[in-house]
Design a protein around this ligand. Sequence first.
Ligand code: HEC
Ligand code: HEC
Length: 290
Amino acid sequence: MKPELDETSGQHTTGHEWNGIKELNTPMPKAFSIWLWLSIAVAVLLWLLYPAWPYVTHYTGGILGYSSRIAVTEQVEAGRAQRAETFAPFETMDVAELAEMPNLRETYEPAISVLFRDNCAACHGRDAVGQINFPNLTDDHWLWSGTPEEIEYTLQVGINSSHDDTRYAEMPAFGLNEMLEQPEIKDVIEYVLQISGQEHDAAKAQAGETVFVDNCESCHNEGGIGELENGAPSLIDGAWIYGGTRESLAETLKYGRAGVMPHWSDRLSASEIRQLTLYLLWAGQDGNGD
Ligand code: HEC
Ligand code: HEC
């Protein structure tokens, strides 16, 4: 169809007609077409400079060789380096030296408390005071000794964890495995109540003492004072992990216990483990809960 000239406007029409109405063939405004061509040019430029088109297994890399993955890695590395600088003492000194350093606590405790909350608070509580099944870490009652080196080692390898060198602590299931008769268990429970300063049946407790000497002392030490060598807790300090009531003692004796503390050597850096070790030493200095 031949385009016809519209006399009024002096422009061609599109040649289409709808019920006598004809449309002018107005060209695109200049500004718009410039913008359109410009965006196409920019798009082509970006395709050339940056990664753009996928192949089957790879993609066009772009002239600049930019990779968002490399960029992120670099940022993370920079963040790490900055953190290492901030925590310089923890990078270079061992925990015993750090424990001797003055003013460390004021500077670092706020930052380390975040690390503790992120990794440890779920089990040991926000303020490290523990909860049922998870020991209080702020008191003076340790399962594995509270020296800086021993705490650090506990964090590295865990307790009953999947680490090859894990600390291993198991309270045998005397009831379930029929290692003791029911009356013996009842007696030894009264003895544990006695030595932990609780209300008890004196006659049964006396019989229970023999059961204790024969079956429990090897791990829990004489009089139940605990043994840091094997993580068997003191039974006289009132710092119960699983509870010191007759019912919880009965459960401990029947089913045994083996709390799991994960190991952190894979998940935290050596510096972070030292930071947390110091954090626990500081928490202990406040003397909460003992
Ligand atoms: C999944 C739960 C869990 C998490 C998370 C956890 N712990 Fe533990 N932790 C335990 C349990 C359970 C025990 C006691 C094990 C036992 O009964 O023998 C323990 C024991 C410990 C002990 C030994 C205490 C002693 O008396 O010798 C230290 C120290 C400790 N945790 C520190 C930490 C720190 C620091 C973190 C964070 C990096 C952490 N824990 C995270 C469960 C946890
Ligand atoms: C092989 C060593 C071993 C022997 C034997 C043993 N225990 Fe234990 N016991 C442990 C360990 C280790 C724990 C800590 C388990 C944990 O924290 O998960 C423990 C925990 C306990 C607890 C829980 C303490 C708490 O804080 O809640 C009680 C109670 C207890 N033992 C009593 C006894 C009595 C009574 C006997 C003797 C009939 C006995 N144990 C024999 C190793 C032993």
